[in-house]
Every structure is written in C-alpha cells, then in structure tokens.
Design a protein around this ligand. Structure first.
Ligand SMILES: [Zn+2]
Length: 416
C-alpha cells in the first residue's frame, strides 16, 4: 500500500486521495492553504454573505445549524451567533446511540447560547431495520446517523423556508483535498450520496433491501430539487472561510462554556465524538476492519498537518489504538437484535482487498499498515516542523454521579 510521506493516509482512503511527485497527498497539499490564505479577508467575505441572508430573513431565524452533543457544534453556534450576530435555529438528528455527556453538551448548547432547537427522533424500530440493512449492504452501522444528520436540516430548511444551512468542516476538503478552500464548495445532494452515504441513498437501501419499505425510509429522503430551488436553500461550510483547527476551537469552547470531554476507546482525541457510544468504538473498529486504518490515523494526520505531532509520534499513536477491541459491541448487538457471527460476516463482506487478505488458515490479516512505513524514503523531505505540543484536555462531567452505562433517554429541556 502507498502511504503519504507527510501524513498517515493510505491510498485506499474511501474519499480518494492523489499523490504528487514528492509522495505527498492531496489532503496535505490543500491543507497548506491554511497557512497561506488571508483568513481575515475570507472572514470578511463570509460576513458579507451572511449579512445578505440576515437582511432577507423573514422569520425569527436567519439560518439553520445542524448540531449534536459533540464535534464542533458549540464552536459553530458560538461563531454564528456571537461573532456574526445571526439568530440560528438549531437542528438535531437523534442518533439513538446517545451518551449522557452528549445530552448534557446539547443542553449547555441551547441553554448557554440561548437557541431554539428542533430534534428529530425516528421510530426506534425503523432505525433498527435501517441499520441492519446498511450493515448488510455497506458494512455501516452509522448510515442512519449520517443520512439523518445530513437530510433533516435540509428538510426543515424547505419546510420553514430558511434558505441558509451552516456546516462546519467539509470532510472532502479537510481530509483529502478534493477541493481547495477557494472553491467555496457548498452542500450538494451528490456529495452527500457519493461520500457521506457511501453511494447509497434511502431509496437504494429499499431497492436492495430485505425488510424495508419506502415508507420506512421516508425520514431519510432528500427533498426534491424543485423544493430546494424554490426556497433557494444553500449550505455553506465555515471551514472555507475560517482557518479550521478543531482542537483549538474545542479548547476555546471548553473555556467559554465548559464543553465536556471524555477519553475515547480507539483514539487519543478526547473532544470530538463524546456524544456517541459507538463512534470511537464499534463504528471505528468497523472502519479499521474495512479499510485497514481507523480514527487514530485521521486524528494523527490532522495533528501532523497542524504541526502538533511528528509523523513518528502519529505512527506510535496508531500503533497504540489500531487493534483495540471495542467494549461497546454487546450494547449495539443487543439493541440491533443481531448475533455476533451475523454482524462479523456482514463486515467481512466489505473488507477492502487492498488492505486485507486471508492467510492459509483462513484468518484475516492486514496486508500493510502505516506502521511499516515509518522510515520510507523522502519522509524527511516532506516533513513539516512541529510547532506545538499535542495535548488533549479532559474536562470532567459537571454531574459527579454521571455513569455511562447504556443509551440515554432525552429528557429535560434545560440544564442548571
Ligand atoms: Zn498526506
């Protein structure tokens, strides 16, 4: 397998990478723009754009912000509300795998930032059926979270005639350099289908499915182009206009709002996905079983590019986390009403043959890993100089009795 000489990404990255003549990946090259662009000018451009929407909004909400109890939500809402003066409607897709910490973070978000929120909870039986299908068809237990999280804001934008949706980072730009920041890429149905949903829209899930009807997947169906056009819905990504640094942003939110953080099972980043039982557990383990690398590689690559880790330190972290068995598998299997063998069989069907092979005894073995590419030629030439330490804070829960022992019910609206 070919690996980037600067970060830890392999050539089989599912969002697709290219390598230049120095063996550096497209993600690393586009990332260099973060230190080259005039971000003050880009922010002014965003300010003008937002102003247009603000002056046109007829209701009480100027825009929609999709939120969760983790990842970047506090930063996006804080920035839009306090830096740009817009009044957002927060929109949350209930992913059903909620931790208590995630629910508390969501409560801080709406309480401390004073926002209205709409939450969509799809029928638990439907979500289970959809999840069994997406596991079978794509080896994904997260399809419903991705599909719901990317469609519910668009459905509400159409319904409430709020033409602006504000997202945080664009993964295609930030991870693999599919676009330059200057392309100012916006939300599209096509990118959602091809990349967020692994080529599988709700209707496709039914077509190839065994236990689903079109009625079941209705909550995940993208609005018709005509509806989107008639409201003029646009989805902007803040990362095209602000120098995106998720770690620094979370630390600012910890200071301002007490955003809660927690140790994660399979990665060293304690900030990103504290709202979900499975994202850094079974879901990430599946990613490893499919592609041969997991979240620790994503997070280490990000930190290498932001000059807080050396490539070698990143590889050490991958080595520490990559094989860790997740502790949350039984919780998920019980919820999804699945046996472990069935589950493992479905995942095995989706292993990438560039990353995995069966040995003579029939056991799966990794063909290659970044761990074997520590001393590749030209690594030194591609190296960025480390400028900072990479330490992630643990901000303990404000509820001292908090225990994470199962999915949590969504309850009271506010938090003290
Ligand atoms: Zn790279």
């Amino acid at each position: 397998m070919r690996y980037c000489k600067r970060c830890l990404y392999p050539e089989n990255h599912p969002l697709h990478l290219t390598f230049d003549e120095h063996g550096v990946c497209s993600g690393c090259r586009v990332h260099e723009e973060k230190d080259e662009l005039d971000w003050r000018e880009r922010k002014d451009k965003l300010r003008r754009l937002l102003q247009e929407f603000k002056s046109r909004s007829r209701g009480i909400h100027d825009c929609i912000i999709p939120v969760s109890g983790g990842r970047d939500s506090h930063f996006i809402v804080h920035t839009i509300k306090h830096e740009f003066g817009l009044h957002p409607l927060l929109v949350n897709y209930n992913k059903h795998y909620n931790t208590r910490m995630g629910i508390r973070n969501l409560a801080y978000l709406r309480t401390l930032l004073g926002c209205d929120i709409v939450t969509q909870t799809v029928s638990p039986e439907t979500v289970k059926k959809v999840t069994r299908e997406s596991l079978r068809q794509r080896g994904s237990m997260y399809w419903h979270c991705l599909a719901g999280g990317t469609v519910f804001p668009v459905q509400l934008a159409v319904k409430f005639k709020i033409p602006l949706i504000i997202w945080g980072a664009h993964q295609g730009c930030d991870q693999v350099g599919m676009f330059s920041h200057l392309d100012e890429v916006e939300m599209t149905r096509k990118y959602r289908k091809d990349h967020d949903l692994m080529g599988l829209e709700a209707e496709d899930l039914v077509k190839n499915g065994q236990e689903l009807t079109l009625g079941d997947v209705e909550p995940f169906v993208y609005p018709h182009d005509n509806e989107i056009r008639s409201v003029g819905v646009r989805g902007l990504y803040l990362s095209n206009y602000m120098r995106w640094d998720s770690k620094a942003q979370h630390e600012q939110m910890i200071k301002l709002y007490g955003y809660e953080t927690a140790l994660q099972q399979r990665t060293f980043d304690t900030y990103n996905d504290v709202d979900c039982f499975h994202y850094s557990g079974v879901h990430d383990y599946i990613k490893f079983l499919k592609w041969g690398y997991g979240k620790a590689s994503d997070h280490a690559s990000r930190e290498i590019r932001l000059k807080r880790l050396t490539r070698e330190e990143g590889i050490d972290l991958v080595q520490r986390y990559q094989d860790r068995q997740p502790q949350d598998l039984n919780l998920f299997l019980k919820w999804a009403n699945l046996g472990e063998n069935e589950f493992r069989g479905w995942i095995d069907n989706h292993r990438d043959s560039r990353a995995w092979m069966k040995n003579e005894r029939g056991a799966w073995v990794l063909r290659d890993s970044i761990v074997n590419h520590r001393d590749d030629e030209d690594v030194d030439a591609a190296r960025l100089e480390r400028k900072e330490q990479c330490e992630f804070q643990l901000n303990p829960p404000r509820d001292p009795k908090a225990v994470e022992d199962g999915y949590v019910l969504v309850g009271r609206g506010w938090v003290d």
